[in-house]
Design a protein around this ligand. Structure first.
Ligand SMILES: Nc1nc2c(ncn2[C@@H]2O[C@H](COP(=O)(O)OP(=O)(O)OP(=O)(O)O)[C@@H](O)[C@H]2O)c(=O)[nH]1
Ligand SMILES: [Zn+2]
Length: 194
């Protein structure tokens, strides 16, 4: 279960959002930035973004998270109707400390999945149920989802919320993240054109 704690106005470089803060049952804080009337005829664009401190804040080139975050906010703002859900599931749910240990293992030659397994975790420990609950709380029943991740689409197929369209995110790759992106495509089934 999640609880909505507070909603406030948030002007940003991408326009004005309503910022909603939710807490899950372990008091972890998750956020939703929404724009536009959710009861209008327009189908909202939704991004479910998982926290990546290194990518979202420090422009890390080990991954594509920061680029995805900004591209998604831009798309939502251009459409005028949508939500970015920011799930505090750093490092695919293993937390920041473990993600940084995983980076060191990757520098020794392991890929992102092997590094997670070596540390005793699953390849992806995220729970998208929280995002589904937030969308229901925001009265969203139909949406266009920004993702390349088939697992996210699968979660919706078992929920009352309908994904009417997938919006692909194909961003610039770098020498530093090309192997990471190839692992996502080849081992995690991500729908990526590289
Ligand atoms: N454990 C681990 N987590 C990582 C690594 N690189 C990025 N992450 C985390 O992965 C999450 C982002 O997931 P991705 O698999 O990149 O993308 P996605 O959200 O599943 O899929 P898209 O919707 O297509 O972006 C964030 O929580 C990052 O912190 C890594 O090497 N190891
Ligand atoms: Zn990242």
């Amino acid at each position: 279960m999640i609880s909505k704690i507070v909603t406030t106005r948030l002007p940003t470089d991408y326009g004005q959002f309503d910022l909603h803060l939710y807490q899950d049952k372990s008091a972890k804080e998750h956020l939703a930035l929404s724009m536009g009337e959710q009861d209008s005829a327009k189908i909202p664009i939704v991004r479910i973004h998982s926290e990546c401190l290194t990518g979202d804040l420090f422009t890390s080139r080990r991954c594509d998270c920061g680029q995805q975050l900004h591209a998604s906010l831009k798309m939502i703002s251009e459409s005028g109707c949508g939500v970015l859900i920011y799930l505090r599931q750093e490092g695919r749910g293993i937390g920041l400390i473990n993600k940084l240990h995983a980076y060191n293992l990757q520098d020794e030659g392991l890929d992102t999945i092997e590094a997670n397994l070596k540390l005793g975790f699953e390849s992806d420990q995220r729970d998208y149920n929280i995002a589904l609950q937030i969308l229901l709380d925001l009265q969203i029943k139909e949406l266009k989802l920004i993702t390349n991740n088939p697992e996210k689409l699968k979660q919706f197929s078992q929920s009352p919320i309908k994904v009417v369209e997938r919006i692909a995110l194909n961003l610039k790759s770098y020498n530093d993240n090309i192997d990471y992106l190839k692992t996502k495509r080849d081992r995690m089934g991500h729908l990526l054109d590289l």
